[in-house]
Ligand binder design. Structure first.
Ligand code: ADP
Length: 461
């Protein structure tokens, strides 16, 4: 059976429990070692004290006397002691030792002979016993060795119990902490689950819905706000796209209806050759309008996607001269003068073809909307790392209220005149998307002297 990926709260809980377990294991090992060490210290200290007591016990000829005395003094399990002669032979032993002898290793024997007390852990009848051998010297000579033993069983029992307690307490602690951690992680992540559910309910058709912001001002609220901001942008973009398709369909329908009408009228009766020719010429005009519209739409979608060709250095002076030349040819019939004003040498990075298209659209508009005898002037300036191209005309100008709107697709301020001039209403939209793709800006101003002034700003190369 394949299991899905672990949820965040389970993973958090596992990490948390794992970290806690590691900490508790380290603490357990340290506490055990510390306890074992301090118990061993206690045993050795009391052994040394006992050995001192046995050494100093009043001793008559018979060892029994001392033993009686000590038996009153010591508890039964501490009554393991014996006396050895300097040669290591057993002289006396306590009653509790019965027939046994506390062993003394050759190494220990040597140390004792050298006058040092020696601790050893020995095994007697399967019982571990801690012993000390204490030399008794008189006038610098070893006269006797006092050996005392204590069974290690009680200490070992204490340590054993400590391990048992740890074996119960550590898993219990980790288990409780994991359960608590899981509850906490779940509670902390519940808003994320709710957010995911809310986001799933939002699709292209219901983009107006928003994710609830709880108002706590925490990270999750910020996430919800970010998502809501994104939804708003998407909603606007979808709305814009819908409007655009509706407008485009509308724009297509007008010439198509005209085309259909022309063809229907021509077919309704037998016509003379001249009449057919006139009908076909009119149909061709509509087809040309459709082709222009299709080309403009294609251009707009391409320029919105950004320049395809690699960014190259484009000298604005030659670009402006070229565009002015084309503009002058267009303006010839209309007696509008197209002039190049002051031009500073400056270059930008981009696609020369697209930039030419954008500038040409502005100049074409200038020529188109300026009455006979008017003038269109192009100038280039550079300031603060920015190149500025201005196209100024002596036409009707654009009201401040329309200054933003005219850059939208299919917006025409004077529909009747424009339809005549054949504009699709896409010229400025294309210019703007090209300029934006070049990280520039475009805007229209109303000079005091009248007319309009389109300003195109691009980062200088
Ligand atoms: P069109 O194809 O109609 O020229 P544009 O997008 O180029 O479309 O322009 C949109 C509208 O802005 C035009 O219909 C016109 O009303 C107005 N406009 C553009 N340029 C000028 C200008 N130089 N002077 C006056 N009006 C202008």
């Amino acid at each position: 059976m394949r299991r899905g990926p672990l949820s965040v709260h389970t993973r958090l809980t596992l990490w948390y429990a794992g970290a806690l377990l590691a900490i508790l294991v380290v603490i357990s090992v340290l506490s055990y070692s510390l306890l074992a060490w301090s118990l061993a210290q206690d045993v050795d200290r009391s052994l040394l004290a006992l050995a001192g007591v046995v050494r100093d016990a009043p001793r008559g000829d018979a060892f029994d006397e001392a033993e009686w005395w000590l038996r009153d003094l010591l508890d039964p399990e501490h009554q393991l002691f014996q006396l050895l002669g300097p040669d290591g032979r057993l002289r006396m032993r306590s009653w509790r030792l019965r027939d046994d002898v506390l062993p003394l290793s050759p190494d220990a024997r040597r140390s004792v002979a050298a006058g040092r007390a020696v601790f050893e852990t020995v095994t007697l009848h399967g019982q571990r016993i801690r012993t000390v051998a204490l030399p008794v010297q008189r006038n610098g000579r070893l006269v006797e060795v006092v050996q005392v033993g204590v069974p290690l069983a009680p200490t070992e029992r204490t340590l054993h119990r400590w391990i048992e307690a740890l074996l119960v307490l550590v898993p219990l602690g980790v288990g409780l902490a994991a359960a608590g951690g899981r509850v906490m992680a779940r509670a902390a992540l519940r808003p994320v689950d709710e957010m995911a559910r809310a986001a799933r309910r939002i699709d292209a058709e219901a983009l107006a819905r928003r994710i609830t912001v709880r108002g706590t001002g925490d990270e999750l609220d910020r996430l919800a706000e970010t998502l809501n901001g994104m939804l708003e942008r998407l909603e606007n973009a979808f709305g814009g796209m819908r409007r655009f398709s509706a407008d485009a369909a509308h724009e297509l329908r007008t010439p198509l209806t005209a085309l259909k009408g022309t063809l229907e009228v021509a077919l309704r009766a037998d016509r003379s050759g001249a009449e057919y020719r006139a009908a076909l010429a009119s149909a061709l005009e509509e087809v040309e309008r459709l082709v222009r519209l299709a080309e403009d739409l294609l251009l707009l979608s391409r320029s919105t996607a950004g320049p395809e060709s690699p960014r190259a250095r484009v000298e604005l002076e030659s670009l402006v001269l070229d565009v002015a030349d084309v503009g002058a040819r267009l303006a010839k019939d209309r007696s509008v003068a197209v002039r190049v004003g002051s031009v500073v040498p400056v270059a930008v990075l981009g696609d020369a073809g697209s930039l030419r298209r954008a500038l040409l659209n502005l100049v074409e508009n200038g020529v188109k909307y300026t009455p006979t005898g008017g003038r269109v002037e192009i100038s280039v300036t550079a300031e603060g790392g920015e190149a500025e191209i201005a196209v100024e005309d002596t036409g009707p100008g654009i009201d401040a209220g329309d200054a933003e709107r005219i850059f939208e697709p299919f917006v025409r301020l004077d529909a009747a005149r424009d339809r005549e001039s054949g504009g699709s209403g896409l010229g400025l939209a294309i210019a703007r998307s090209i300029v934006v793709a070049h990280r520039g800006t475009i805007e229209v101003e109303r000079p005091a002297a009248g007319g309009s002034r389109f300003v195109l700003r691009l980062p200088a190369a």
